[in-house]
Design a protein around this ligand. Structure first.
Ligand code: BGC
Length: 855
């Protein structure tokens, strides 16, 4: 099935029935094991565990990840140049504590070969608990009920709780449960399971594999009460301790054996099980990590977490978790009436966001959350443009943590700016520790728009929360330092009216790189400069003491604000009068158009089938660029421009990045292409549930999940939040009877309900400010006592049909030539020409990016 066919039937509903609150699997399958490992992962934003079975087998990629816990390695460029990223950073697969192997009559339970009378696995979005229940008929004909649960606590970020319950339904049998802590990072497990999801071939989605030991043993012990492993990373020097305790409940006779070594801790329970008498094993695990605190200290922290955990029952933690999720859903749920399957998909995406961000606390949000090693656990602009919007309107404290995290990266970003001959701060395109880790600068470091993306997210957060305190104390530094970067990076051209130009950058679309005046970058930089000027002026006016501190702290010059204003006003915004569209950059339209309608599906995604230079020759997009600028800055484009731009760019946008579909959905909805909007929306909702990009094995697509929320709220509900003013212009899909979602707005808690003929806003609790809402241009006041209900005449403009991938050609360039389309002749199979990737890691050129990434 190609991607288009998959969108129509993204999930096998016989196997994964539609359930509004759970992801349920009724049959175990080997073929898509890697995908389901990702889908059934549990995590809290700090700690994540893939959905590997308790038994350890079978697995495509075993994985346990701690956000930010990484190893470094030297990047050796075959042709190095000044300022190239020098140090790679890769998230580490930390010791596996999920293992609880089961033997009945000395026969191991292995799902792939076991005779299962019943099997069900579910991940419940209401409490974040993974549950599995199965009835196994052993080779000797005995029936065994095996039930297990796994959760990573949202309230205790260092804690995971697991249970395994085994009951002999027919017959007695000796049962062995071997509960383990196993270091999988440094070698294969006892079954030599290959890491299929790591470091193979040229696929940029995978993380790098290490050829040397990463986790150096520093401490370990195993007693009948507790087992522990502690390590330090060979190069990054980060430290980790993981410890586990058990509680066994059974009336059967039993004994406990303990074994510990550097890479394996084992507690083995041997039980003489009698028919009907169950064995319940509870396992509590704690992970503590640090940039360099001695392992002994981390081991003490694990002890404290576990001692506390043992004072409570598992039920206590399950209830606490349920309470946490109740609060999460109260402020984040989106209800769709009229499509039960889509409802489940939407909730899965929101649940994914909780699991990726809730307890990231002092870290960023990796592109794959804590579900896989894809993109090496790096933080990108994905956080600011795709995840922070959701958080600012639902969990503002988490949004603030993420912005604060960027603030703490400022010293490294200042240093990077100096290295790049800039003033101010230049944030890394991809990183864990604050240093640039992008080895392929054209599609990586050149994406300087990340500076403005951070400024945008900050202002959106402040607009939604009115958290002026954070802005004045912390946020303003981000604005000033990024504005400085832009004012220095650009330059003035005085051919007629002076204009401010930004050259040699790459926009979000990675299929066109290192260009002059990328429209997205310039529009975002203009906003960044404007807001920096405005905020500094406001602080000067209203908070003079803070202004003094700011001047002192950042050495703010008397004329800097004026400079930023001038740069913003003079910003070059490319526009082609002939075609009536905004070119993606100064030379974009000079290229021939890539005719995607004549490109076979086998050659998609383009980045895995064509050399970058082939792609760069054409007008073809990996992901939305101008269209994204129109979404984020809707007030800077006319309705005509929006429609013309959308119609021009949509057919030449491949969507090879999952960050694209959600943006295209939002703009399609606004322009009126309602079927197109729904089509893209479905692509986003099912990107992982249907494995539409065939790389869910590497981890969940967090940015797309955030985009699903944006597509609903900004797209279908048509919400606007410009300058701290709330507005709605709904475009509810025809098949939906109603759409409901909560909204945190400047201290008030609102609830929005849109039906085919009305919009209602209820104020559940009122903050300090009065709430005003603009609906279809009319201003309304929202009171606590009674909901605001506004009748809707329609759901916005309606243009039927899909746009397809036939490009618009025939337009005339300024020099009188016509826009034409073509397709490059496919070359040899990529496998024939791909470089050998089994060379030692340091020898691999540009290992960090492999030219393009696929998010
Ligand atoms: C996209 C980037 C994104 C990255 C990580 C890439 O494929 O092109 O925009 O930041 O994936 O998700």
């Amino acid at each position: 099935m190609n991607r288009r066919q998959k969108i129509a039937h993204p999930m096998d509903r016989g196997r994964f029935p539609a359930d509004p609150w759970r992801l349920v699997e009724t049959t175990h399958r080997y073929e898509d094991l890697g995908t389901t490992e990702t889908l059934f992962a549990v995590g809290n934003g700090y700690l994540g565990m893939r959905g590997n079975p308790e038994e350890g087998r079978d697995a495509v990629a075993h994985g346990t990840f701690v956000n930010g816990f990484h190893e470094t390695w030297p990047i050796r460029h075959a042709e190095a140049a000044f300022g190239f990223a020098r140090t790679g950073q890769t998230i580490v697969n930390v010791p596996d504590s999920k293992l609880m192997k089961l033997y009945v009559d000395d026969e191991p339970l292995i799902l792939g070969t076991a005779d299962l009378e019943h099997y069900e696995r579910s991940l419940d979005f209401r409490d974040g608990i993974l549950r599995r229940s199965l009835v196994w008929r052993t080779p000797s004909g005995k029936r065994v009920l095996v039930e297990s649960t796994r959760m990573v606590s949202m309230t205790q970020r260092h804690l995971a709780v697991m249970t395994l319950e085994v009951t002999m339904l027919t017959g007695d049998a000796p049962i062995v449960i071997s509960s383990q802590l196993l270091n999988r990072q440094d070698g294969q497990d006892e079954y030599h399971t290959p890491y299929e999801a790591m470091g193979e071939g040229t696929d940029p989605r995978k993380a790098a594999a290490f050829d040397q030991r990463v986790l150096l043993p520093r401490m370990h012990y195993a007693t009948e009460d507790r087992m522990m492993l502690g390590y330090q990373c060979a190069r990054s020097q980060m430290t980790i301790a993981v410890a586990a305790d058990h509680r066994l409940e059974t009336e059967n006779e039993h004994e406990v054996l303990v074994r510990g070594s550097e890479d394996l801790g084992k507690t083995v329970f041997r039980v003489e099980a009698r028919e009907g008498r169950s064995i319940r094993l509870e396992k509590v695990v704690s992970y503590h990590t640090s940039r360099g605190v001695p392992v002994r200290e981390l081991s003490d922290r694990c002890d404290r977490t576990l001692d506390r955990a043992l004072r409570h029952s598992v039920t206590h933690y399950e209830e606490e978790q349920r309470g946490w999720y109740d609060r999460f859903w109260a402020t984040s749920d989106v209800e769709l009436d009229g499509d039960a399957e889509l409802q489940q998909g939407v909730r899965f995406n929101l649940f994914t966001l909780a699991q990726a961000s809730a307890r990231a606390d002092r870290q960023g949000v990796p592109a794959k959350g804590v579900t896989g090693s894809g993109y090496e656990g790096h933080y990108f602009w994905d956080t600011e443009i795709y995840v922070v919007p959701f958080l600012s309107f639902t969990q503002p404290h988490v949004a603030r943590n993420l912005l604060h995290f960027r603030n703490r990266m400022l010293p490294a970003a200042r240093q990077r700016a100096r290295e790049m001959a800039q003033s101010g701060a230049l944030f890394p395109w991809r990183t864990i520790n604050g240093e640039e880790a992008s080895a392929y600068y054209a599609a990586g470091s050149a994406q300087m728009h990340i500076d403005a993306d951070i400024a945008y997210a900050l202002m959106q957060y402040v607009g939604a929360t009115n958290d002026v305190g954070f802005l004045v104390r912390d946020g303003v530094d981000l604005l000033v330092e990024t504005a400085r970067m832009w004012s220095e990076l650009g330059f003035w051209r005085t051919n007629g009216k002076p204009s401010f130009h930004i050259h040699g950058v790459t926009g979000p679309d990675e299929y066109t790189t290192v260009v002059n005046n990328n429209l997205f970058t310039n529009v975002m930089a203009r906003y960044n400069l404007e807001k920096a000027a405005l905020v500094v002026e406001r602080i000067r006016e209203h908070y003079p003491v803070d202004h003094q501190k700011l001047v002192h702290r950042l050495g703010l010059g008397a004329d800097e604000v004026e400079t930023w204003k001038r740069c913003a006003e003079g910003m070059a915004i490319p526009f082609d009068e002939g075609l009536g569209i905004h070119p993606q950059d100064d030379f974009f339209l000079d290229r021939e158009v890539w005719d995607l309608s004549r490109t076979p599906m086998e050659n998609r995604p383009l980045m895995l089938h064509y050399h970058p230079l082939v792609i760069y020759r054409f007008q073809v997009l990996k992901q939305a660029d101008v269209v994204l600028a129109m979404f984020l800055h809707g007030d800077r484009f006319t309705d005509e421009q929006k429609r013309a731009n959308f119609e021009y760019y949509d057919p030449i946008t491949t969507g090879d990045s999952t960050l694209s579909a959600v943006v295209q959905s939002i703009m399609a909805a606004e322009v009126g292409y309602h079927e197109v909007a729904m089509d893209y929306f479905r692509q986003a909702v099912y990107v992982d549930l249907g494995d539409l990009h065939e790389n869910t094995v590497d981890g969940i697509h967090v940015a797309s999940a955030g985009g699903v929320w944006s597509a609903i709220v900004f797209g279908f509900a048509g919400m606007g939040d410009r300058e701290g003013r709330l507005s709605f212009d709904p475009r509810l899909p025809a098949g939906w009877d109603a759409l409901r979602f909560p909204l945190a707005w400047r201290g008030s808690q609102l609830r929005v309900e849109i039906t085919q003929d009305s919009l209602a806003v209820t104020c559940l609790s009122m903050g300090e400010e009065k709430v005003h809402v603009r609906v279809g241009g009319q201003l309304h006041k929202v009171c606590v006592e009674e909901p605001l209900v506004v009748a809707l005449a329609d759901q916005g403009p309606r243009i039927d049909g899909l746009l397809g991938d036939k490009p618009q050609v025939g337009g005339t360039r300024a020099d009188g030539t016509k826009i034409t389309a073509g397709v490059p002749e496919p070359m040899m199979f990529v496998e024939d020409v791909a470089p050998e990737m089994d060379a030692p890691l340091e020898m691999v050129v540009g290992e960090g990016d492999n030219a393009f990434g696929r998010g």
